[in-house]
Write a protein that binds this ligand. Structure first.
Ligand SMILES: NC(=O)c1ccc[n+]([C@@H]2O[C@H](COP(=O)([O-])OP(=O)(O)OC[C@H]3O[C@@H](n4cnc5c(N)ncnc54)[C@H](O)[C@@H]3O)[C@@H](O)[C@H]2O)c1
Ligand SMILES: [Zn+2]
Length: 349
Protein backbone atom coordinates (compact mmCIF):
# COMPACT_ATOMS: atom_id res chain seq x y z
CA UNK A 1 0.00 0.00 0.00
CA UNK A 2 2.84 2.40 0.82
CA UNK A 3 3.87 2.27 -2.86
CA UNK A 4 0.50 3.75 -3.80
CA UNK A 5 1.47 7.25 -2.68
CA UNK A 6 4.50 8.79 -4.35
CA UNK A 7 4.98 11.10 -1.41
CA UNK A 8 3.68 11.39 2.12
CA UNK A 9 2.86 15.09 2.49
CA UNK A 10 3.85 16.63 5.80
CA UNK A 11 1.14 16.26 8.42
CA UNK A 12 -0.47 13.17 6.92
CA UNK A 13 -0.72 10.25 9.27
CA UNK A 14 -1.26 6.61 8.51
CA UNK A 15 -2.62 4.00 10.90
CA UNK A 16 -2.62 0.38 9.85
CA UNK A 17 -5.42 -1.95 10.88
CA UNK A 18 -3.59 -5.23 11.26
CA UNK A 19 -5.76 -8.16 10.21
CA UNK A 20 -3.43 -10.40 8.24
CA UNK A 21 -4.36 -10.44 4.57
CA UNK A 22 -7.31 -8.13 5.32
CA UNK A 23 -5.02 -5.40 6.76
CA UNK A 24 -5.53 -1.88 5.47
CA UNK A 25 -4.33 1.69 5.94
CA UNK A 26 -6.32 4.56 7.41
CA UNK A 27 -4.83 7.83 6.18
CA UNK A 28 -5.64 11.02 8.04
CA UNK A 29 -4.98 14.65 7.14
CA UNK A 30 -5.82 17.60 4.93
CA UNK A 31 -6.12 16.49 1.29
CA UNK A 32 -5.74 12.71 1.78
CA UNK A 33 -8.78 12.18 -0.48
CA UNK A 34 -6.39 12.83 -3.36
CA UNK A 35 -4.75 9.47 -2.58
CA UNK A 36 -7.88 7.82 -4.01
CA UNK A 37 -6.54 7.02 -7.52
CA UNK A 38 -3.40 5.43 -6.02
CA UNK A 39 -5.47 3.40 -3.57
CA UNK A 40 -7.82 2.26 -6.34
CA UNK A 41 -4.84 1.30 -8.52
CA UNK A 42 -3.40 -0.74 -5.65
CA UNK A 43 -6.60 -2.84 -5.45
CA UNK A 44 -6.17 -3.80 -9.10
CA UNK A 45 -9.74 -2.64 -9.87
CA UNK A 46 -10.58 -1.85 -13.48
CA UNK A 47 -13.83 -0.08 -12.68
CA UNK A 48 -15.24 1.87 -9.77
CA UNK A 49 -18.62 2.95 -8.50
CA UNK A 50 -18.60 6.03 -6.29
CA UNK A 51 -21.54 6.40 -3.89
CA UNK A 52 -21.52 9.99 -2.79
CA UNK A 53 -23.71 11.66 -0.17
CA UNK A 54 -21.73 14.93 -0.34
CA UNK A 55 -20.95 17.41 -3.11
CA UNK A 56 -19.80 16.01 -6.46
CA UNK A 57 -16.40 17.71 -6.14
CA UNK A 58 -15.75 15.97 -2.79
CA UNK A 59 -14.46 12.86 -4.53
CA UNK A 60 -11.42 12.97 -6.84
CA UNK A 61 -11.45 10.96 -10.05
CA UNK A 62 -10.64 7.34 -9.09
CA UNK A 63 -8.50 6.95 -12.22
CA UNK A 64 -10.54 4.09 -13.74
CA UNK A 65 -13.90 4.16 -15.58
CA UNK A 66 -16.39 5.19 -12.89
CA UNK A 67 -20.16 5.24 -12.35
CA UNK A 68 -21.19 8.09 -10.04
CA UNK A 69 -24.20 7.55 -7.77
CA UNK A 70 -25.60 10.30 -5.58
CA UNK A 71 -27.35 9.15 -2.42
CA UNK A 72 -29.07 10.79 0.52
CA UNK A 73 -27.50 10.20 3.90
CA UNK A 74 -29.27 9.69 7.23
CA UNK A 75 -30.85 6.80 9.08
CA UNK A 76 -33.93 6.71 6.80
CA UNK A 77 -31.78 5.83 3.78
CA UNK A 78 -29.87 3.13 5.70
CA UNK A 79 -32.13 0.27 4.63
CA UNK A 80 -32.03 -3.03 2.78
CA UNK A 81 -34.09 -1.41 0.01
CA UNK A 82 -31.25 1.07 -0.60
CA UNK A 83 -28.69 -1.74 -0.52
CA UNK A 84 -30.70 -3.54 -3.20
CA UNK A 85 -30.89 -0.41 -5.35
CA UNK A 86 -27.14 0.13 -5.03
CA UNK A 87 -26.31 -3.48 -5.93
CA UNK A 88 -28.62 -3.21 -8.95
CA UNK A 89 -26.64 -0.17 -10.09
CA UNK A 90 -23.32 -1.98 -9.53
CA UNK A 91 -24.58 -4.73 -11.84
CA UNK A 92 -25.68 -2.18 -14.46
CA UNK A 93 -22.23 -0.59 -14.27
CA UNK A 94 -20.65 -3.98 -15.00
CA UNK A 95 -18.85 -4.09 -11.66
CA UNK A 96 -17.06 -7.41 -11.09
CA UNK A 97 -15.62 -8.97 -7.94
CA UNK A 98 -12.24 -7.50 -8.87
CA UNK A 99 -13.55 -3.92 -8.95
CA UNK A 100 -14.09 -1.34 -6.24
CA UNK A 101 -16.83 0.64 -4.56
CA UNK A 102 -16.04 4.04 -3.00
CA UNK A 103 -18.19 5.69 -0.31
CA UNK A 104 -18.20 9.38 0.53
CA UNK A 105 -20.33 10.59 3.43
CA UNK A 106 -20.96 10.28 7.15
CA UNK A 107 -21.37 7.06 9.13
CA UNK A 108 -24.78 6.28 7.67
CA UNK A 109 -23.20 6.22 4.21
CA UNK A 110 -20.12 4.19 5.18
CA UNK A 111 -22.39 1.65 6.93
CA UNK A 112 -24.78 1.43 3.96
CA UNK A 113 -22.11 1.23 1.27
CA UNK A 114 -19.99 -1.12 3.38
CA UNK A 115 -22.87 -3.59 3.60
CA UNK A 116 -23.62 -3.32 -0.12
CA UNK A 117 -19.94 -4.08 -0.82
CA UNK A 118 -20.01 -7.07 1.55
CA UNK A 119 -23.01 -8.53 -0.31
CA UNK A 120 -22.35 -7.70 -3.96
CA UNK A 121 -20.73 -10.76 -5.57
CA UNK A 122 -20.23 -11.97 -1.95
CA UNK A 123 -17.74 -9.19 -1.40
CA UNK A 124 -16.16 -6.45 -3.47
CA UNK A 125 -13.43 -4.05 -2.30
CA UNK A 126 -14.64 -0.83 -0.67
CA UNK A 127 -12.75 2.39 0.04
CA UNK A 128 -14.30 4.83 2.49
CA UNK A 129 -13.98 8.61 2.38
CA UNK A 130 -15.70 9.45 5.69
CA UNK A 131 -16.84 13.08 5.91
CA UNK A 132 -18.16 13.47 9.48
CA UNK A 133 -15.96 13.50 12.58
CA UNK A 134 -17.89 10.53 13.96
CA UNK A 135 -17.32 8.53 10.79
CA UNK A 136 -13.60 9.43 10.76
CA UNK A 137 -12.94 8.46 14.38
CA UNK A 138 -15.23 5.46 14.48
CA UNK A 139 -17.79 4.31 11.87
CA UNK A 140 -15.53 3.94 8.82
CA UNK A 141 -12.91 1.85 10.63
CA UNK A 142 -13.21 -1.70 11.93
CA UNK A 143 -15.37 -3.44 9.36
CA UNK A 144 -18.79 -3.42 11.00
CA UNK A 145 -21.48 -2.57 8.47
CA UNK A 146 -25.23 -2.51 8.96
CA UNK A 147 -28.60 -1.13 7.93
CA UNK A 148 -31.77 -0.51 9.93
CA UNK A 149 -35.06 -2.39 10.05
CA UNK A 150 -38.35 -0.88 11.25
CA UNK A 151 -37.76 -3.03 14.37
CA UNK A 152 -34.49 -1.29 15.22
CA UNK A 153 -31.16 0.24 14.25
CA UNK A 154 -28.30 -1.78 12.74
CA UNK A 155 -30.22 -5.07 12.89
CA UNK A 156 -28.93 -6.40 9.56
CA UNK A 157 -25.23 -6.28 8.86
CA UNK A 158 -21.95 -7.99 8.10
CA UNK A 159 -18.28 -7.70 8.92
CA UNK A 160 -16.55 -6.37 5.85
CA UNK A 161 -13.20 -4.65 6.17
CA UNK A 162 -12.47 -1.81 3.74
CA UNK A 163 -9.43 -1.84 1.45
CA UNK A 164 -8.50 1.62 2.72
CA UNK A 165 -9.98 4.58 4.59
CA UNK A 166 -9.10 8.18 3.66
CA UNK A 167 -10.03 10.56 6.49
CA UNK A 168 -9.66 13.94 4.80
CA UNK A 169 -9.89 16.58 7.51
CA UNK A 170 -10.82 19.21 4.89
CA UNK A 171 -14.30 17.62 4.83
CA UNK A 172 -14.81 18.64 8.46
CA UNK A 173 -14.73 22.37 7.63
CA UNK A 174 -18.40 22.33 6.62
CA UNK A 175 -19.59 20.14 9.48
CA UNK A 176 -22.29 21.78 11.66
CA UNK A 177 -21.22 22.38 15.29
CA UNK A 178 -23.64 19.77 16.58
CA UNK A 179 -22.10 17.14 14.31
CA UNK A 180 -18.63 18.10 15.57
CA UNK A 181 -19.87 17.51 19.11
CA UNK A 182 -21.36 14.22 17.97
CA UNK A 183 -17.84 13.08 17.04
CA UNK A 184 -16.35 14.48 20.23
CA UNK A 185 -18.66 12.22 22.26
CA UNK A 186 -16.76 9.23 20.86
CA UNK A 187 -13.39 10.97 21.38
CA UNK A 188 -14.31 11.72 25.03
CA UNK A 189 -15.16 8.06 25.70
CA UNK A 190 -11.86 6.99 24.10
CA UNK A 191 -10.06 8.84 26.94
CA UNK A 192 -11.17 6.07 29.33
CA UNK A 193 -10.32 3.08 27.16
CA UNK A 194 -6.76 3.87 26.19
CA UNK A 195 -6.51 6.78 23.72
CA UNK A 196 -4.77 9.01 26.28
CA UNK A 197 -5.79 12.62 26.98
CA UNK A 198 -6.60 14.23 23.62
CA UNK A 199 -8.12 17.44 24.96
CA UNK A 200 -6.68 20.46 23.15
CA UNK A 201 -4.75 18.34 20.63
CA UNK A 202 -5.01 19.13 16.90
CA UNK A 203 -7.99 17.42 15.25
CA UNK A 204 -5.91 15.16 12.93
CA UNK A 205 -4.04 13.88 15.99
CA UNK A 206 -7.31 13.29 17.87
CA UNK A 207 -8.61 11.29 14.91
CA UNK A 208 -5.38 9.34 14.49
CA UNK A 209 -5.20 8.41 18.18
CA UNK A 210 -8.83 7.23 18.22
CA UNK A 211 -8.26 5.23 15.05
CA UNK A 212 -5.07 3.71 16.55
CA UNK A 213 -7.06 2.68 19.62
CA UNK A 214 -9.83 1.15 17.53
CA UNK A 215 -7.30 -0.57 15.25
CA UNK A 216 -5.59 -2.15 18.29
CA UNK A 217 -8.87 -3.40 19.69
CA UNK A 218 -10.21 -4.67 16.34
CA UNK A 219 -6.91 -6.47 15.64
CA UNK A 220 -7.44 -8.40 18.91
CA UNK A 221 -11.15 -9.03 18.44
CA UNK A 222 -12.47 -8.44 14.94
CA UNK A 223 -15.86 -10.06 15.56
CA UNK A 224 -16.90 -8.75 18.94
CA UNK A 225 -16.23 -11.76 21.14
CA UNK A 226 -14.30 -9.92 23.85
CA UNK A 227 -12.06 -6.85 23.77
CA UNK A 228 -14.27 -5.05 21.25
CA UNK A 229 -16.83 -4.53 24.05
CA UNK A 230 -14.48 -1.84 25.36
CA UNK A 231 -15.47 0.42 22.48
CA UNK A 232 -18.95 0.47 24.02
CA UNK A 233 -17.72 2.51 26.98
CA UNK A 234 -20.53 4.93 27.86
CA UNK A 235 -22.82 3.26 25.34
CA UNK A 236 -25.20 1.31 27.62
CA UNK A 237 -26.80 4.46 29.01
CA UNK A 238 -25.96 6.22 25.71
CA UNK A 239 -28.13 3.87 23.64
CA UNK A 240 -30.93 4.10 26.24
CA UNK A 241 -30.83 7.91 26.06
CA UNK A 242 -31.00 7.91 22.27
CA UNK A 243 -34.10 5.70 22.43
CA UNK A 244 -35.70 7.51 25.36
CA UNK A 245 -35.36 10.87 23.56
CA UNK A 246 -36.59 9.37 20.28
CA UNK A 247 -33.13 10.12 18.80
CA UNK A 248 -33.36 13.84 19.59
CA UNK A 249 -30.04 13.33 21.37
CA UNK A 250 -27.31 12.61 18.83
CA UNK A 251 -25.37 9.39 19.42
CA UNK A 252 -22.22 11.22 20.58
CA UNK A 253 -24.18 13.49 22.93
CA UNK A 254 -25.81 10.45 24.51
CA UNK A 255 -22.49 8.58 24.77
CA UNK A 256 -20.98 11.64 26.47
CA UNK A 257 -23.62 11.54 29.24
CA UNK A 258 -23.23 7.75 29.32
CA UNK A 259 -19.51 8.19 29.89
CA UNK A 260 -20.08 10.48 32.89
CA UNK A 261 -22.60 7.93 34.17
CA UNK A 262 -20.07 5.09 33.76
CA UNK A 263 -17.67 7.11 35.93
CA UNK A 264 -20.34 7.63 38.63
CA UNK A 265 -21.21 3.96 38.59
CA UNK A 266 -17.59 2.81 38.80
CA UNK A 267 -17.15 5.24 41.72
CA UNK A 268 -20.20 3.92 43.57
CA UNK A 269 -18.97 0.35 43.06
CA UNK A 270 -15.60 1.29 44.57
CA UNK A 271 -13.76 0.52 41.32
CA UNK A 272 -12.26 4.02 40.93
CA UNK A 273 -11.54 6.90 43.31
CA UNK A 274 -13.31 10.26 43.50
CA UNK A 275 -10.68 12.04 41.37
CA UNK A 276 -11.25 9.60 38.53
CA UNK A 277 -15.03 10.09 38.81
CA UNK A 278 -14.48 13.85 38.54
CA UNK A 279 -12.15 13.27 35.57
CA UNK A 280 -15.07 11.70 33.66
CA UNK A 281 -17.08 14.86 34.19
CA UNK A 282 -14.18 17.16 33.29
CA UNK A 283 -13.20 15.33 30.12
CA UNK A 284 -16.74 15.28 28.74
CA UNK A 285 -17.37 18.92 29.71
CA UNK A 286 -13.92 19.80 28.34
CA UNK A 287 -15.06 18.82 24.85
CA UNK A 288 -18.04 21.16 25.18
CA UNK A 289 -20.46 18.29 25.68
CA UNK A 290 -23.37 18.17 28.11
CA UNK A 291 -22.97 15.97 31.20
CA UNK A 292 -26.56 15.97 32.52
CA UNK A 293 -29.57 13.78 31.89
CA UNK A 294 -32.39 15.52 29.99
CA UNK A 295 -34.93 16.30 32.79
CA UNK A 296 -37.90 14.81 30.88
CA UNK A 297 -36.36 11.34 30.77
CA UNK A 298 -37.51 9.02 33.58
CA UNK A 299 -35.16 6.69 35.46
CA UNK A 300 -37.62 3.78 35.06
CA UNK A 301 -37.57 4.15 31.26
CA UNK A 302 -33.78 4.28 31.19
CA UNK A 303 -33.51 1.18 33.39
CA UNK A 304 -35.97 -0.74 31.19
CA UNK A 305 -34.04 0.24 28.05
CA UNK A 306 -30.67 -0.61 29.61
CA UNK A 307 -31.87 -4.05 30.68
CA UNK A 308 -32.69 -4.74 27.00
CA UNK A 309 -29.29 -3.53 25.75
CA UNK A 310 -27.79 -6.14 23.44
CA UNK A 311 -24.76 -6.53 25.70
CA UNK A 312 -26.99 -7.25 28.71
CA UNK A 313 -26.71 -11.03 28.90
CA UNK A 314 -26.79 -11.45 32.66
CA UNK A 315 -28.68 -8.54 34.24
CA UNK A 316 -27.39 -4.99 33.84
CA UNK A 317 -24.06 -5.05 32.06
CA UNK A 318 -21.63 -2.15 31.65
CA UNK A 319 -18.09 -1.50 30.53
CA UNK A 320 -16.59 0.09 33.61
CA UNK A 321 -13.27 1.60 34.57
CA UNK A 322 -11.36 -0.06 37.39
CA UNK A 323 -7.93 -0.78 38.87
CA UNK A 324 -6.98 -2.83 35.77
CA UNK A 325 -8.57 -0.43 33.28
CA UNK A 326 -11.96 -0.76 31.64
CA UNK A 327 -13.67 -4.15 31.54
CA UNK A 328 -17.10 -5.71 31.11
CA UNK A 329 -18.97 -5.87 34.43
CA UNK A 330 -22.10 -8.01 34.59
CA UNK A 331 -24.91 -8.15 37.10
CA UNK A 332 -24.79 -4.53 38.39
CA UNK A 333 -27.59 -4.16 40.97
CA UNK A 334 -30.51 -1.86 40.21
CA UNK A 335 -30.29 0.25 43.42
CA UNK A 336 -26.71 1.25 42.50
CA UNK A 337 -27.90 2.27 39.05
CA UNK A 338 -30.64 4.41 40.60
CA UNK A 339 -28.03 6.07 42.85
CA UNK A 340 -25.78 6.76 39.86
CA UNK A 341 -28.69 8.24 37.88
CA UNK A 342 -29.58 10.44 40.87
CA UNK A 343 -25.98 11.63 41.12
CA UNK A 344 -25.99 12.39 37.40
CA UNK A 345 -29.16 14.47 37.74
CA UNK A 346 -27.65 16.51 40.55
CA UNK A 347 -24.90 17.43 38.10
CA UNK A 348 -22.14 18.30 40.58
CA UNK A 349 -18.75 16.88 39.68
N1 LIG B 1 -19.92 0.61 11.71
C1 LIG B 1 -19.49 1.11 12.83
O1 LIG B 1 -18.56 0.61 13.46
C2 LIG B 1 -20.17 2.34 13.35
C3 LIG B 1 -19.63 3.02 14.47
C4 LIG B 1 -20.25 4.17 14.88
C5 LIG B 1 -21.37 4.65 14.20
N2 LIG B 1 -21.87 3.97 13.14
C6 LIG B 1 -23.04 4.46 12.40
O2 LIG B 1 -22.74 5.76 11.92
C7 LIG B 1 -23.95 6.50 11.81
C8 LIG B 1 -23.72 7.87 12.39
O3 LIG B 1 -22.73 8.53 11.64
P1 LIG B 1 -22.83 10.09 11.36
O4 LIG B 1 -23.07 10.79 12.65
O5 LIG B 1 -21.68 10.47 10.52
O6 LIG B 1 -24.22 10.15 10.54
P2 LIG B 1 -24.65 10.78 9.14
O7 LIG B 1 -24.07 10.02 8.03
O8 LIG B 1 -26.13 10.89 9.20
O9 LIG B 1 -24.01 12.23 9.16
C9 LIG B 1 -24.42 13.14 10.15
C10 LIG B 1 -24.85 14.48 9.55
O10 LIG B 1 -23.70 15.17 9.12
C11 LIG B 1 -23.86 15.60 7.78
N3 LIG B 1 -22.52 15.63 7.19
C12 LIG B 1 -21.68 14.58 7.01
N4 LIG B 1 -20.51 15.02 6.53
C13 LIG B 1 -20.62 16.36 6.40
C14 LIG B 1 -19.73 17.39 5.97
N5 LIG B 1 -18.46 17.11 5.63
N6 LIG B 1 -20.17 18.67 5.98
C15 LIG B 1 -21.44 18.96 6.39
N7 LIG B 1 -22.31 18.04 6.80
C16 LIG B 1 -21.90 16.75 6.82
C17 LIG B 1 -24.81 14.63 7.17
O11 LIG B 1 -25.49 15.21 6.08
C18 LIG B 1 -25.75 14.35 8.33
O12 LIG B 1 -26.74 15.35 8.41
C19 LIG B 1 -25.02 5.72 12.53
O13 LIG B 1 -25.89 5.15 11.57
C20 LIG B 1 -24.24 4.64 13.28
O14 LIG B 1 -24.98 3.45 13.42
C21 LIG B 1 -21.29 2.83 12.69
ZN1 LIG C 1 -20.62 4.95 19.43
Amino acid sequence: MSGATPREPAGHREVRVDLGERSYPVRIGSGVRHDLPGVVASTGARRAVVINARLRESVPDPGVPTRWIEVRDGEHAKTLATVERLCQQYAEAGLTRQDVVVSCGGGTTTDLVGLSAALYHRGVAVVHLPTSLLAQVDASVGGKTAVNLPAGKNLVGAYWQPAAVLCDTDFLRTLPVREVLNGYGEIARAHFIGSGDLRGRPVPEQIARCVELKARIVARDERDHGARHLLNYGHTLGHALERATDYRMRHGEAVAVGTVFAGRLAGLLGRIDHDRVVEHHEVVAGYGLGTRLPPAVEDDDLLALMSRDKKALGGFTFVLDGPDGAELVRGVAEPVLRDALRALRSGAA
